[in-house]
Design a protein around this ligand. Sequence first.
Ligand code: NDP
Length: 303
Amino acid sequence: MVKNFYLSCDPYMGILMRAPTPSTLALLDAFIPGKPIAGIGVSQVIDSDDPSFTKGDMIWGIVNWEEYSTINPAGIFKIDVNVNVPLSYYTGILGMIGLTAYAGFYEICSPKEGETVFVSAASGAVGQLVGQFAKLMGCYVVGSAGSKQKVDLLLNKFGYDEAFNYKEEPDLDSALKRCFPKGIDIYFENVGGKMLDAVLLNMKPYGRIAVCGMISQYHLETRDRLQNLPDIIFKKIRMQGFAVYDFIDRFPKFLEFVIPYIKEEKLTYVEDIVEGLENGPAALVGLLHGQNVGKQVLKVASE
Ligand code: NDP
């Protein structure tokens, strides 16, 4: 039994509220109406009959959205509290989100120093990390986001070279041509739809697209039809979707990589923490409308 402190709000949770399809079922089970929803949480062990966990241990993993949860220890990670970072980080930079950015960028994008990188939803939980990883590698990095506040963060906090507000600049092709006069080597895809269509026109030959998410498409009755897909052939683009769970064996290596950067303040992480379980639904819906600034976290109890 665990006491829950922090719960993670994630875009995939919206998908689990819809009627399952064969494709979504391949990822995770849909939520059941009338039962608590579940997601990544940071919690403390209250009682355990599993010898690997003792009372007082801090853990992260899948818990229900409630104050206390009885959980199956399979797939639960113990937190090393000596690392001395905010515990909420295990919903984000030090958990699944961090691993998503790490595996998606370094493994799927095959980046090289000096390449040009574009990130959509660039100030969000995953995007802010991808942009910083790309800068650490010596790439030229541009991000798109949906408000002036987020664009300011991209430029002044996360070190993006250029950024634009896609809501104020609906001619996405022109915005991308201005930021990438010679084209894009790597696109880290978080939104899909019209953005992907415009990016395809601006990719360089042999460019790579890591399809992490397509949040603009998850809740549409009729999904956007793309015009520029043949560019994948003409430019010999490699486009690959991925799911973070396939990279779980990289997690220890990822922690070894990322913790020193946090300690040396070479990586920064912005969180948007909402307090109170009763405010969870609004936080989750807000995330799907771009109201979060940084990683959306729900604080259920004080440590
Ligand atoms: P974010 O923290 O980036 O929050 C979601 C953001 O998406 C919003 O703040 C908003 O930013 C943007 N957004 C929302 N609706 C739209 C829309 N209609 N069009 C364009 N942008 C929109 O979330 P995460 O970083 O947690 O997730 C980013 C993506 O990564 C998601 O697509 C998610 O599903 C995916 N993901 C995939 C994983 C995998 O294993 N493949 C694992 C984790 C996440 P803005 O204001 O800038 O528009």
